[in-house]
Design a protein around this ligand. Sequence first.
Ligand SMILES: [Zn+2]
Length: 311
Amino acid sequence: MDNYLQLVERIASASHLTADEIERKVEAKRAKLSGLVSKEGAAQIVAAELGINFDKERMKISELVQGMKRANIVGKVIEVLPVISFNKNGKEGKVSRMTVADESSNTKVVLWDTHHISLVEQGELKEGDVIEVSNASVRNGELHLSSFSDLKKSKESISVVVTKKPTLSKKLKDVKPGENLKTRALIVQAFDPRYFEVCPQCGKKVAEDQCINHGKVKPAQRALLNLILDDGTEALRAVIFGEHIYKLGLTPEEVFSLERFAEKKSSLLGEERFFVGNVRNNALFNTIEFTVDNIEDVNVDLLIHELEQKA
Ligand SMILES: [Zn+2]
């Protein structure tokens, strides 16, 4: 179930109203605010107006929605990424990121507070630990902790966790950063491929024939292709790397020659496929971008079969 609907269910059960009634209130609130607020945002306003307070309540990770300000979760740390130092406007800062999972889903947890970060640096928080997070906020599909948030080890044990994000079938107008998505969409625009060099052994980008893992290498050529996809509800920029591009029916010669690509380009437009991948925030352009890692043909017979099963 999508997390907006989970939130509606949660508000319904806390308010003794039906989910339909809550959804009508949410739509009314959005209409009143001229659509300036998302469904999730409007649902949170409706909850507050009904006197429902989630501040003390623990959420499942799958229930977290964009804009939540005081989210509380318990989950198992399944991945700790290296602490990154940065310099912003002359001020030194650090950020630490980890992936935390529970039985419903998983999320990136982002630490900004030096005390929290020191727990990671000193090895007091590590992979396999169960942690309790309170007063965190949900931004761009991630859970962010400030100095007002609490982070501590929990004595609870969680045995079964979701280490892979569920892949959602949604309309493009409803997708959010951090989600894994499968969508049926048309290619409405295709840009010329761009090329870059990678290490033939580890696939990492190389500069001046130097791989950070393997030293001097003879780099391999890789391509990336930007497309605009549209499913009728919204257009979304998609980026496809490497051999996934061939799944569009292009040959290596057509991908690596701009002339050959130009001959083939118009035949891509209007093509319909299933695209599978991950939705990310492009911080540079403040847009969302769909990194495609699989492309499937639209099998009309199978679709009809699925529809018959549902009916
Ligand atoms: Zn390498």
